[in-house]
Design a protein around this ligand. Sequence first.
Ligand code: 16G
Ligand code: MG
Length: 586
Amino acid sequence: MDLGAITKYSALHAKPNGLILQYGTAGFRTKAEHLDHVMFRMGLLAVLRSKQTKSTIGVMVTASHNPEEDNGVKLVDPLGEMLAPSWEEHATCLANAEEQDMQRVLIDISEKEAVNLQQDAFVVIGRDTRPSSEKLSQSVIDGVTVVGGQFHDYGLLTTPQLHYMVYCRNTGGRYGKATVEGYYQKLSKAFVELTKQASCSGDEYRSLKVDCANGIGALKLKEMEHYFSQGLSVQLFNDGSKGKLNHLCGADFVKSHQKPPQGMEIKSNERCCSFDGDADRIVYYYHDADGHFHLIDGDKIATLISSFLKELLVEVWWGDWLPSKTRLSEIVPVYCTKTGVKHLHHKAQEFDIGVYFEANGHGTALFSTAVEMKIKQSAEQLEDKKRKAAKMLENIIDLFNQAAGDAISDMLVIEAILALKGLTVQQWDALYTDLPNRQLKVQVADRRVISTTNAERQAVTPPGLQEAINDLVKKYKLSRAFVRPSGTEDVVRVYAEADSQESADHLAHEVSLAVFQLAGGIGERPQPGYKAAETTHINNAFGPGTANEHTVPKQCRDGSRSFAKETRALRMRSALASHRKLIMIN
Ligand code: 16G
Ligand code: MG
């Protein structure tokens, strides 16, 4: 390392004195004007990580669903995953080192991680459409080059596209071609193959309104549209030609406010969806004949996908690989993890097939190499219906972005399934009914006083908080409530559900008061009654089906549906995660 050059260039990307940032669940995120030094240093760090792993590392410049003025950066590890936790800590130390300490921190990291500095390094860079992104990605490039790293700047990309590029490059092209063209072709080919099999070809199944949050999703979908247009026609809204990024539109807005984005006319029963600002999340919605808005969030997306995959798996292997005496209900484990895509992703990797989604619409499906090979083999060796189902599985594997949750890929998966099953958006929505719920946030002096266990569903500290929650929950029917510190905002998240909206609202309020009293609340005491803004938070990522909690209990307790129906939906939803058992049975 040429330390002199690093010092010289670092001074051109000087850190504002005293500024402390943390590499959180989605990297660094703050106002764009505070990020120049962070970008430069993440360029340096990406080179070290690349040398250590002897692989290509990705750097994405985006602040996803945050306001246009914000920006952020995250590093992408060799198989397209989120950065390893020990390197998140290094990222935080490096970003916060004062100018004079920067060199030392860099050397410390290299030593701790036994980085061979003679090793070549390669970094790929992508950015979203924010006005600040181009300059900030140039600062990343400055960091990469000053320590002798090679790079490829992809320019404008969705976040999942960058993850895909990293994955492709580190698997010698086996996963796909590391170009946007390669991405479009891989996904579109799989989609068109799949939808060719759909018997219902009526227009109602083949057109979709897409709110692109005035972000990168619009650009990429426009480029890609003609590749898949024989299977689906998309009508784009909030395509960035006039509105502001994420302003009154996008997946996070729609999910938090439970209403359609601005600028989109919706006729009754029309299928619509929203991407977020960097196109790694998607939610669906529609208006019923009475004009009521219905949101179809990540939970229902997971339900649709897993039920479809399970049907195909059973079709291919029932009575063969999978002994017919196996009860389907036995092969359906559902797991909860802490909030954050990385936790879900790692859990899903433990299975031969793992499907994960946060309620906020971030998710995908992962397939082990063993199961992919088994499916390929079945598609070649089996006959008739079994072969057809195995072929569909082959295509659906190609259609998923296994490196990261991807709004474009998920949209095509969902559209293919709806077309193949001949399902309307209402039929999909009716797979199960959510219990009424409420999400709130509470301001406290230090949110770290709240620690949790059991996938963030139980508070361990401060003393007495969990007991207080337990007592409150007992007052309501079909109720439960959780609290946890946010990973992206300086607040505590509160989630409550119960048999009626009124009860859910009351419970959420009472739990907020308990947090305020026992965890050092600051500012105004939580008031009863909820304005949309109060229930809105950056990611809306708490509660069932989000990062930490899938909807199983909520569904089981929903009195509005027969138990048989509920458990059937539940089994279908989780079938996928169970596939490891199929392998074990074999
Ligand atoms: C980040 C995470 C998301 C999580 C959310 C929780 C990624 C790419 N994103 O946006 O998975 O749901 O944080 O935020 O990991 P919260 O802790 O503020 O609710
Ligand atoms: Mg995003």
